[in-house]
Ligand binder design. Sequence first.
Ligand SMILES: [Zn+2]
Ligand SMILES: [Zn+2]
Length: 178
Amino acid sequence: MSETTSTHYCFYHPSVETELRCNKCGRYICPKDAVRTPVGYRCKGCVKEQQDIFYNATALDYVLTAVITCPIAFIAALIVPRLSIFAIFVGPIVGIIIAEAIRLATSKRRGRYMWIVALVCLIGVTIIPLWSTLEFVLGGGLIFMPQESGGILLSVGLDAIYLVLASGTLMARMRFGK
Ligand SMILES: [Zn+2]
Ligand SMILES: [Zn+2]
């Protein structure tokens, strides 16, 4: 490797020639591995390291996330079917309440998968009280009670809209919120 022309090879792909370097550790990386950051191109290793500092949640924070989300989501799931059309407005509010409660309890620490835990808890807990209605509908119950079908379908639909809005708001707050 003592030629006059100095060719450099990608740290991750030893057969790929490249002149691009990570501006943190100085390794040669091909454009495929380069991650554009606000401070320039960096290698995957350096980006991961940076994210690990950014995501500082402990295992306890994940437990707290579940412990906080479940009761709030459960109470909301009991109230929402009584609200009829107002369920739509309650969705985003519930999402915000859960996200803020988690933020306070975990002292604003971040976890890479914390939003997934919260989302699974929210959806799981919301579906439990709905389950009997859903089973009834799927089991063909509406055929035997056609006079009730409109009301039941409307309430299932509103609950579904509530859940989508609550989950969407919660996810947006936890993933992208400050
Ligand atoms: Zn690097
Ligand atoms: Zn490469």
